[in-house]
Design a protein around this ligand. Structure first.
Ligand SMILES: [Zn+2]
Length: 346
């Protein structure tokens, strides 16, 4: 699969006839200054008509259909794939820059039309979102991953922030994570005098329910308390996780705990919490609630961990399909959740 991509990229200079001289001049006018190489390359290829969408491949006699893999209803041209597709345009709306809707002209024309109205910071956001949209499209096609619009906008935003930070320091943070604390694979005890709360969510499709749960442990790894909530209806994984984090923050507030680390295995929730983008959706409302609660709390951090570091909360959420809402002490915790906690401390 990649070989198609590479050979196509390799011949991209030959196809520069697609690019109008006006477009080329525009790019030389330094509007891509302050953008990382990978993004520059993508914007250049897209504006020059060299991005390997299905229609572009078809034009080069590669045996593929031309239907957009995301919406399945239009031809996948560059303009459609990066902007006009019904599964992509909401990302641009979510970005909140009031961009002009795509017209029948080329992608390069659409981009130029919009960029002339934007400042440097806004241009960087546009370029990064193009990169994130193209990335999701490729994950959709090659890995069968169905990323949401929130995911795309948040990926673009967090990657831009990460990239900006990396310009100011010699060691670049891990890609797509905002801090070196993110991405742990194993559970670890919190520092002396602090607590760690692991949060996770689960869905029960047959019973049409969802649950979320949190487990607090101290610096020794000793169980302190837990909560679990089960509600009717199926929600998206990111919404379930966001509801869990909101519950954890309220719990910390009620208990007046300080020095707490909340861990979730939803990178989307962590990115949304650290982003200034406000989203017009129920997920966005829950994230806004979390931000308000978080601001009022003392020394509480929220980090992303891999699923493998979040096993106890996962087991508790999975075991929480019967009781609507409860706070659990050690005696109420099932043996498999206790087992996971024991393994975490080994
Ligand atoms: Zn489409």
């Amino acid at each position: 699969m990649l070989s198609i991509d590479k050979s196509y990229v390799g011949s991209s200079t030959k196809t520069s006839q697609y690019a109008s001289s006006k477009t080329l001049l525009f790019w030389r006018a330094s509007c891509l200054e302050g953008t990382c190489l990978e993004v520059k390359d993508l914007v250049w290829r897209a504006s020059s008509g060299c991005l390997p969408t299905k229609t572009q491949l078809h034009l080069r006699h590669v045996d593929v259909d031309t239907i957009c893999p995301l919406c399945q209803s239009d031809r996948e041209t560059i303009s459609h794939c990066l902007v006009a597709c019904s599964r992509v345009w909401p990302c641009w709306v979510c970005l909140g820059l009031g961009l002009l809707a795509p017209d029948s002209e080329t992608f390069g024309h659409w981009l130029m039309q919009n960029l002339v109205r934007l400042d440097q910071e806004q241009k960087a956001k546009v370029f990064m979102l193009l990169w994130a949209v193209w990335r999701r499209r490729n994950e959709w096609v090659w890995q069968n991953k169905r990323g949401s619009c929130y995911g795309v906008v948040l990926l673009a935003d967090s990657t831009l922030q990460t990239w900006i930070k990396a310009q100011d320091c010699e060691i670049a943070p891990l890609p797509y994570f905002l801090s070196p604390e993110d991405g742990r694979e194993l559970w670890s005890k919190p520092p002396l005098g602090s607590l760690k709360i692991n949060v996770d969510a689960a869905s029960f499709n047959e019973a049409s329910k969802h649950s979320f749960a949190g487990i607090a442990r101290d610096h020794d790894g000793t169980f302190v308390e837990a909560f679990s909530v089960c509600r009717a209806g199926i929600v998206s994984p990111e919404l379930g996780e966001a509801l869990g984090v909101r519950e954890a923050l309220s719990w910390i507030k009620r208990r007046r705990w300080v020095d707490v680390v909340i861990e979730t295995d939803s990178i989307l929730v962590v990115q949304a919490l650290r982003s200034n983008i406000s989203m017009d959706s129920y997920f966005g409302c829950v994230i806004d609630d979390c931000k308000v609660l978080w601001k009022d709390l003392n020394s509480v951090s929220i980090v992303f961990v891999k699923r493998s570091a979040n096993g106890a909360a996962h087991a508790l959420a999975k075991a929480s399909s019967f009781v609507a809402e409860r706070v659990l002490v050690k005696e109420n915790i099932s043996s498999n959740v206790l087992d996971v906690m024991l393994q975490d401390c080994c």
